[in-house]
Design a protein around this ligand. Sequence first.
Ligand code: FCB
Length: 453
Amino acid sequence: MTMMLTDLPMAIQRSDFAGDFVWGVSTSSYQIEGAAAVDGRVPSIWDTFAATPGKVRDGSTGAVACDHYHRWEEDLDLAQSMGLNAYRFSIAWPRIFNGVDAEPNAKGLAFYSRLVDGMLARGLQPWCTLYHWDLPQYIQDQGGWNNRATVDLYLRYADVMTRHLGDRVKHWITHNEPWCTAMHGNWDGMHAPGNKSLPLALQVCHNVLLSHGRAVPLIRANVPDAKVGIALSLHPVMPASDSATDRAAVSRHDALRNRWFLDVLYGRGYPAEALALVGADAPVVEPGDLEAIAVPCDFLGVNYYFPEVVRDAPDEYPLRAQIVFPPDRQRTDFGWEVAPDGMVTLLERVARDYPTGDLYVTENGSSYDDHLEDGLVRDTARRDYLIRHLAAVRDAIAGGGGIKGYFAWSLLDNFEWAEGYLRRFGLTYIDYETQRRIVKQSGEWYSAFLRGA
Ligand code: FCB
């Protein structure tokens, strides 16, 4: 199905949004930085995983990536030239601590200090994610997030970072997408560290959420004027058909996919429906954990990419539900459904059902098979995706969604995890041979939109 230009809400303009709306892009350390062995950085679980044959589709690693560690000034210049007012980045924990009992690495700290100063000098509000999946390998060697002791290591890391940057960074995201950390990392094994065990994944998930809950008061103590939140990957869940069985499958899928996170973060504990399904695979929860996880936050970050369509599947453990891919949907080249309406449904639901405080879209974007031709990347499909999703944010705000900002994923093409460099999500094209950055048509559009042109 091709979208015609005439179907696009071309009338969308920046002035449709509040004057203090946050306009950003999102990035993450392992996906862009490269410089894997520079200035005292030690290996992360992603270095190990990517170096294992068969784990990353093109056999690549993030060892060089976009070389952002050395080219960050040029990258921040790009963000500034697009007219953005915010920039979301993550810190590579392996640059900060090179061992369990180590002192913080001054060179790692200095890099992020320079980066933050660079943002402020360019009028970009820094939004810092503490954990975007690059756990130090030495921590994984002691059980990683499955080991409760990792929560304490995370708190020490969060303490050091917030003390170091808290005078300048006021927006803190404890974790990016705990679903992926836990489930892709430990259930389906698609991500580092590549385990395949549901009970392990659920315990990891619990410990990650606990580390979030315990970090929030610590961040507030170090940065009294901080705004603190977490970024979740959420999906509206739709039935494959109107049958009662498919609709029941939606509820089961939603219980683990969305409510497992939202319910526990907002004080309702893990959903009974999901607990009944996972049975003895449920995590060990110690007294006080649920109260700690339910600590009030200032905002919720929603990473939205696509809806999930599910059908009843009695043989699938534990949810008795299966994701299906209806053929009649518009999709990106990655196969992800393009459904801006799903974003409206999702944001309105979250705002209605949970006391989230401010909502931010902390990631949203599309992957297409871009080509550099005559010095240009004509990524019309990505531009259209962006336009339609910004219109969806506008509609969700009109529907009572309280959304205060939007971060496009991503500033640059980058290392897309298990897909390596095969998937391009950037508003800027990276020529990996030369590390040249070329703003795509979508980036030009975002820029014109932000400038009110
Ligand atoms: C999200 C991740 C981000 C990026 C996008 C495409 O799940 O948070 O790092 O890979 O997907």
